[in-house]
Design a protein around this ligand. Structure first.
Ligand code: THU
Length: 137
């Protein structure tokens, strides 16, 4: 579970909700915001960025993760994801999260900032294929 206290969790959710306003989602109109806290204490936000060529769209979670990794910051603590209705991370995002650790806490909240689900990456993707699997071949 999350290594943050309730106040820190709410602060991360609020940041994700604030980021959500910057979502570029003219096609689905489904705005998603994410806020990723790394063990270094830094926070990276992300939003979904859609494209007229629909499959080119990228989810909020992956934007936040790729921002962190591209800054050399890849030890994750918690990721908060906010949508209008508390929708949960998609399969592709779960897989990308799994690459960086199954123990990362995942907070899902709705647009009121209410946490609707609290889990871990491992909890969201049981039996995940991870970098360890490649070391066994
Ligand atoms: N979306 C995310 O940003 N994260 C998810 O985990 C689920 C889906 C976005 C992608 C697309 O822009 C919109 O939500 C509708 O699928």
């Amino acid at each position: 579970m999350s290594k943050l206290n309730d106040q820190e969790k709410q602060a991360l959710v609020d940041l994700a909700n604030e980021a959500r306003k910057r979502a570029y989602a003219p096609y689905s109109r489904y705005q998603v915001g994410a806020a990723l806290r790394t063990k270094s204490g830094r926070i990276y936000t992300g939003v979904n960025i859609e494209n007229a060529a629909y499959p080119t769209t990228i989810c909020a979670e992956r934007v936040a993760i790729f921002k962190a990794v591209s800054e050399g910051d890849k030890d994750f603590d918690v990721i908060a994801v906010v949508t209008e209705n508390g929708g949960t991370p998609c399969g592709s995002c779960r897989q990308v999260m799994a690459e960086f650790g199954l123990d990362t806490a995942v907070l899902v909240a709705d647009s009121k900032g209410q946490v609707t689900m609290e889990s871990t990456v491992g909890g969201l993707l049981p039996g995940a294929f991870t970098p360890e699997d490649l070391q066994r071949v």
